[in-house]
Design a protein around this ligand. Sequence first.
Ligand SMILES: [Zn+2]
Length: 142
Amino acid sequence: MIRYKLNCKKCNNVFHSWFSSSKEYDKLKKIKQLNCYNCGSIKIEKTLMAPNVTSTKNKNLLTQQDKKFVKIKNKIKEYQKFIKKNFDYVGNNFAHKARALHYSDKKKLKGIYGKASNEEISDLKNEGIETDVIPWFHDKEN
Ligand SMILES: [Zn+2]
């Protein structure tokens, strides 16, 4: 037995139906015996297979969020790449180095990046040192 999630193209009704096999589904569809219990339309499309009874609505939502997250993550990774290439890494010394850079007469061309606590960042801000905060993903190979 196989359970399919079916979607009516006419009224957008989503329902589940059991078939003895995927072949049976194809056969029923071919001879137009597959119709929407809501509006009777035969414009039924198989969507996702539902292996168990879970809220598929939430599942779809999660996938969309995951996609969004991956998109954002990729953007950040691109940004990280740029930063790694163009900035000096100062690790946990960020607040100290940013201050030194800010008060130094010699303007360094290269910017710096590193780790700082929220407290340090707000301290820097109070001193007029602008910082950008981005979430940081650690590569597994590092
Ligand atoms: Zn329908």
